[in-house]
Design a protein around this ligand. Sequence first.
Ligand SMILES: [Fe+2]
Length: 216
Amino acid sequence: MPRPPKPPPELLDICKRWSETIEGISGNAARMEFFQNELPGFLQNQALFEKLLKNIKTGSPYPDLRQAQMIDDEILLYLNPKRLFSLRMFLYGPGDYTPIHDHNSWGVSGSAVGELGVIRYGRQDDGSVESFAQLLQAAPVYLNPGEIELTRPLDEGIHQTGNPVDGTTIMISVYGSPIRRLFINRFDDKTNKVEKLYPPRIKKKMLALQALKNFS
Ligand SMILES: [Fe+2]
């Protein structure tokens, strides 16, 4: 298999330093705190973000846009070899928000460019009814470039993020190692429906297995 394209050296240096430090920190709370302190400074690297955008514009192999992620606007920037954290970039156009979703890990997110809207939801039901959830929306939070917010795994972190205004917002997120669950949940707060969202690669595999039954 071809090797994944490498990040630019200045980004790789930061990710290697993070990797070395995070391996010496145990526990999710302490790891989250580490990135809570690191991310605001990282978001100041405007020259790096400009370089990444230019790479995307010119079709450079890095960042790899062909690697499909769970959320459409998501681009994987770095994956720690031990899966202790990943660094991701999200590009939101005017008024674009992700669907309402949960996460399989903790996360620290912030804006590198533009205003970032975060709408959190509290889950009101106990999750005992399959494919059903009752959500209560909290007041939206708006972050300026350099400001960060925290996400927790599963029901504690149901939210949607996006761009409440014109222009483009760049959200940068660090996520911790995921729990053993292959999907995230996508919620519809109007119909109370919950849908399992699988990574495109897993979804295709599941569909292939299903389709194979026609051949037996
Ligand atoms: Fe999210």
